[in-house]
Design a protein around this ligand. Sequence first.
Ligand SMILES: Nc1ncnc2c1ncn2[C@@H]1O[C@H](COP(=O)(O)OP(=O)(O)OP(=O)(O)O)[C@@H](O)[C@H]1O
Length: 354
Amino acid sequence: MDGLMIDALSVRYGDPRRGGATTAVDGVTLEVQRGEVLALLGPSGCGKSSVLRAVAGLEPLAGGVVSWDGADLAGVPVHHRGFGLMFQDGQLFPHRDVAGNVEFGLRMARAPRAQRRARVAELLDVVGLAGYGSRPVATLSGGERQRVALARALAPQPRLLLLDEPLSALDRALRERLADDLRSALTATGTTALFVTHDHDEAATVGDRVAVMSAGRLLQVAAPAELWRRPASREVAEFLGYQAFVDLDSAQGAAIRAALGGDVPAGARVAALAEGALVVVGRAVDRAPVPGLAGGSALASGMVLASAFRRGRMELAVRVEGVGRVTAVAGAGAVAMPGDEVRLTVDPQAVALL
Ligand SMILES: Nc1ncnc2c1ncn2[C@@H]1O[C@H](COP(=O)(O)OP(=O)(O)OP(=O)(O)O)[C@@H](O)[C@H]1O
């Protein structure tokens, strides 16, 4: 097998003889093919960093095997694994300029000066900082610092790059842009990477596949589109942000079945609704037909609790009988105020079946 293989990995902290052992990672099996970017996604404390640290050689294994290209890494020290590391706080060398930071690993490897220069220029270009080489790092913004940290981690061409929440210290808009840029930098350099994050959007943006972890265990590994379309369990769906779950045998479930048409696989019992899966088509008192729906009838009705304008669209918190409180979006031309009884239809694209 080419690349990284993590087989039945367990990591424990504390001394069991003193009665205080925590199992942080419990039998995780995972592979990262050469050239692949795998995002490891899960809530805080689920053991993501422990997996990463065990792969890096920073944490002893309580069980299992970590191997590269089929060779067991047990006994191979951190600095002989050929892996790069990047953390939330890029930890740049404050007394070196940007180029001095980026070329650090190449200096350690005694690469000749001309080669170092060329590689630094190439990587600054990859991370969108062409021409920044002589800037003192103290003058950089938080986002620029993380770009430099990324260039520095990529410079020695690590056979595997381990990234632990590299964007989580940045504000939201910057994080979204940097997630795109991180993905481009990793693919442009053909870097094999294991990327740890608690943010599902970030995982889907950066990873070729996403591995979902909870309480030390692996729940599902799939490409982003597949993961969102077919979450393996309610737990995975909840973590991906699905906010309401409807029994397909209930009255509301029957309406959802109808909206999905023939796309309901045998055995599906529950519909998971993403934010915006329910679309407000009008107030209950205005009995206008619903555009695009056979017969023009709405699927459900609910009471608007609150409304807010987010990301360019009107979002309404609606309480729906048998479903609960959901975030619905206002369909074209629909106007609704808190307290209004509204009619709703389903956006099949935002429904997953469990
Ligand atoms: N050095 C340690 N000593 C004792 N317990 C630890 C240690 N490091 C981590 N843990 C515990 O192991 C569990 C997993 O921690 P880990 O840092 O791997 O999770 P995580 O998913 O990366 O979380 P976060 O996103 O908050 O960093 C947690 O319960 C944590 O408290």
